[in-house]
Design a protein around this ligand. Structure first.
Ligand code: COI
Length: 338
């Protein structure tokens, strides 16, 4: 086997042995198949290519100290994909089919699940696309579901270290009643220009404001935003934010720790009152925020002066990771052992 430097993985694509697929045709889903091909043929008029009929998911598998592989909150990802399907008129993939595909692809690529000590994980990327030809703006009749995996390290190269983020008022990610709440490729395409601009200026991500009033905190790059004030975990409520499964889990853990959880509109000015802030998601886990600059308004909100994550971010991060790696009991039944 080729040698993989498990402890120094970045968040990138690495070929693995197998991926799994399932097609939808004549109104029904077929059987799951396993392949080692990394490509497929597609009709040039497929709806995913023209009209963005595409949704995806992000999940992770972890190898514990006991050698067992754990998948985090698989049913939640199945449900979110179904919600994305409803959002862009694709047939919903049944949860049992989704779970079978995930378990198959992880088992088949077991040798790519990083060792416990590395702190890395196996990223699982399910995607669903419209494949049949259409020129009118209409949903496809045929679909392809694929799941591939790749061993990954931290999404932000700094890992669990605070990084600066930026508000760029000339860009929106998603409209209030648009597709922001669904995990569809178009939302990520819409974030590329602002994201690259932020990176070029030395920021790790863009903190979007709501597109209508430019007043409230919305999505945070490819992740959700949360702030900590005293004993409260505060995260924005918005129709254009992706319902992050990591955020949902952190809210539960915060509650377990005796914190108050607030899900509501968060005006930008409130940033000045937060002791800590972070971005959270499957890929990002918790990425603590050092500072947020609102360049057009000439404002800066600082959360970390010493370059270290705050104590609540630390506690939540370690608690979440402990459950994911099986170091602590899975009291909420979030983990599926492969
Ligand atoms: C995830 O957190 O899994 C995501 O899908 C975000 C990003 C890598 C697109």
């Amino acid at each position: 086997m080729e040698s993989i430097d498990w402890s120094n993985l970045s968040f990138g694509y690495m070929p693995t042995d197998y991926n799994v697929r399932c097609t939808y045709k004549d109104g029904k889903w077929g059987d799951i198949t396993v392949t080692s091909s990394q490509t497929f043929e597609i009709h040039m008029a497929a709806t995913c290519l023209h009209y963005g009929q595409e949704a995806f998911e992000g999940m992770k598998a972890f190898r514990g100290k006991d050698g067992k592989i754990r998948i985090f909150r698989m049913d939640e990802n199945a449900a979110r994909l179904q919600s994305s399907c409803r959002g862009i008129m694709m047939p919903e993939l049944p949860t049992e089919k989704f779970n079978e595909a995930i378990l198959t692809v992880v088992k088949k690529n077991e040798r790519f699940v990083p060792p416990y000590e590395s702190g890395a994980s196996l990223y699982i990327r399910p995607l669903l696309i419209g494949t049949s030809a259409q020129v009118g703006v209409k949903p496809a009749k045929e679909y392809l579901f694929i799941v591939f995996v790749s061993p990954v390290g931290p999404y932000f190269k700094e890992g669990f270290k605070p990084t600066p983020m930026v508000i760029l008022r000339q860009y929106d990610r998603a409209a209030p009643l648009g597709t922001g709440r669904y995990k569809v490729g178009g939302n990520y395409a819409a974030s590329l220009v602002s994201g690259e601009k932020a990176h070029a200026m030395g920021y790790s991500a863009v903190l979007y404001l709501d597109a209508k009033e430019k007043k409230y905190i919305d999505e945070c790059g490819p992740a959700n935003f949360f702030g900590i004030r005293g004993n409260s975990y505060i995260t924005p409520k918005s129709t254009s934010i992706l319902p992050s499964i990591t955020n949902k889990s952190l809210m539960q853990l915060a509650e377990d720790m005796g914190m108050t959880v607030e899900v509501r509109q968060v005006p930008e000015e409130e940033l000045a009152t937060f002791d800590e802030a972070g971005a959270c998601g499957t890929a990002a886990v918790i990425s603590p925020i050092a500072r947020i600059d609102d360049l057009d308004e000439n404002k800066s909100y600082v959360f970390s002066k010493d370059g270290k994550p705050g104590p609540i971010c630390e506690k939540l991060y370690h608690k979440l990771r402990a459950i994911q790696y099986g170091d602590e009991p899975d009291t909420h039944h979030w983990v599926t052992i492969v």
